[in-house]
Design a protein around this ligand. Structure first.
Ligand code: AMP
Ligand code: ZN
Length: 472
């Protein structure tokens, strides 16, 4: 069996992964707050988990993995958006969920087995808060319920800091009714115009952190295998999840492995809505950058390293995918992916390593295909962007950007020739060659490559022919 190794934030080590129950490997990923389009950074954890889930299904069996990712559909940002647009909260969250699905589908990310919405788990959250109060880990004050961080000695362990350090360095909201500045909200009262549910503490709504604790327990049980999210969630969100879950289920130990992806950055700063330095996945798709190209770029950096999106990376990815798609056209995939590629992914999701393996498989198109598909590239039907690319080429010709067109044509032709060599079918190559000659180009093919030259001789010949036609 393939040994999977993952870097566990909880132990700060790369460890061999052993599931609690190999017949049901269980994962939870913190999902989006649904009030707006997902930005490109939000796609990173989704793709990291998509690759991880593919690996786990490969190793433990397709039916032996349960993947949960939530939608946070109760949040003050959603309320604000509703107030600003005069729409209902429901309209906004429904629309955003549909956008999210469409955008993540376009990146080739398979949907999780469960996508719980916070508003559907209010009953479970209230029950968990009641347990926390009963266990002496939470207290009610002025319609709020707060978690008492001093009641959980391990508070701070996941993020590696002590409560006192946190207080010293934090910009926490100091409410007069908090026993400790680090105590956090489990439940808060709602005004009449805010969404709210009846509870033992009056009409109110849950805090953000309790959602994930309640939904993961409901769908995966109090102990499960892997919990993920961006490193920005490690503190306070995940720290608070640990505190809530471990105190509500003292017999369990919550997530065994914590997996955190580093940030997608823009000029050295985390891409985020609040900094305003973001663009959405949809912005890129609308600029005709294919989902597959975006996926390639995001996977080409290891998830534990910060990364930038650049147009150069997108262009390079597009060219490589063109090449691979031409090579594997009309080819049946091999039965299994290359073992080295699986090993790379099993080694702490080394996606750049996996891509390097794909580059070495260019002379074995069936294996290239089966291996690329293992990480969600070269999927059937995802190549529509190539046709769009051809259209774009046409418009470049119209715009007169001719040198660029020639260079790309040369590359394409080289691929088509490589294709022909494998398939022994030269008809397409011959057709293209005569079309180009007709167009007044000289096509020089040699072992070294293909060169397209705007040949004065051909042009002269063509002009002579036209002149002759005119004579007769
Ligand atoms: P949010 O909607 O901000 O809670 O984010 C949803 C998910 O996207 C969380 O797992 C975040 O950690 C992750 N995330 C947010 N910004 C970035 C970023 N710039 N790079 C990578 N992941 C991010
Ligand atoms: Zn969460």
């Amino acid at each position: 069996m393939v040994e999977i190794r993952l870097t566990n934030t909880r132990t700060r080590k790369k460890e061999a992964f052993t599931p609690i129950d190999p017949r049901n490997v269980r994962l939870y990923l913190c999902g989006p707050t649904v009030y707006d389009r997902a930005h490109l950074g939000n796609a990173r954890p989704v793709l990291v988990f998509d690759v991880l889930v593919r690996l786990l299904r490969h190793v433990y069996g397709a039916d032996h993995v349960t993947y949960v990712r939530n939608f946070t559909d109760v949040d003050d940002k959603i309320n604000a958006r509703a107030a600003a647009t005069g729409r209902t909260i429901r309209e906004i969250t429904e629309e955003t969920v549909a956008w999210y699905h469409a955008d993540m589908d376009a990146l080739g990310a398979a949907r999780p087995d469960h996508e719980p919405r916070a508003t559907e788990y209010i009953v479970q959250m209230i029950a968990m808060i009641e347990t926390l109060i009963a266990n002496g880990n939470a207290y009610e004050v002025e319609g709020h319920v707060l978690f008492d961080v001093r009641s959980f000695p391990e508070y701070g362990r996941l993020s590696g800091r002590s409560v006192d350090d946190m207080i010293a360095g934090a910009r926490v909201e100091v409410a007069p009714f908090k026993r400790d500045p680090m105590d956090f909200v489990l439940w808060k009262p709602s005004e009449a115009d805010q969404p709210g549910w009846d509870s033992p503490w009056g009409r109110g709504r849950p805090g953000w952190h309790i959602e994930c604790s309640a939904m993961s327990a409901a769908l995966l049980g109090p102990s499960f295998d892997i919990h993920g999210g961006g490193i920005d969630l490690q503190f306070p969100h995940h720290e608070n999840e640990v505190a809530q879950s471990c105190c509500a289920h003292p017999q369990a130990d919550f997530a065994h492995v914590w997996l955190h992806n580093e940030m997608l950055q823009v000029e050295g700063k985390k891409m985020s809505k609040s900094l305003g330095n973001f663009f959405t996945v949809r912005d890129l798709l609308d600029r005709r950058i294919a989902g597959e190209v975006i996926r390639y770029v995001l996977l080409s950096t290891h998830y534990r390293k910060p990364m930038d999106w650049t147009q150069g990376k997108a262009d390079e990815a597009r060219d490589i995918l063109w090449q691979w798609r031409l090579l594997s056209k009309n080819v049946e995939p091999a039965e299994a992916p290359h073992p080295e590629l699986v090993e790379a992914i099993a080694n702490d999701l080394n996606t750049p390593g996996a891509i390097a393996v794909l580059h070495r498989l260019k002379d074995d198109p069936p294996l290239l295909l089966s291996s690329a598909r293992f990480i969600g590239l070269l999927q059937v039907g995802d190549d529509e962007w190539m046709r769009a690319d051809f259209d774009a080429l046409d418009s470049q010709v119209a715009l007169g950007d001719f040198d660029q067109v020639l260079t790309r044509l040369q590359d394409r032709l080289a691929q088509i020739r490589a294709d022909a060599m494998t398939s022994k079918d030269f008809s397409r190559l011959d057709r293209l060659k005569s079309a180009l000659i007709d167009a007044g180009l000289e096509v020089r093919m040699s072992k070294a490559g293909i060169e397209l030259v705007v040949s004065p001789t051909t042009v002269q010949k063509n002009v002579a022919r036209i002149a002759e036609d005119l004579e007769t």
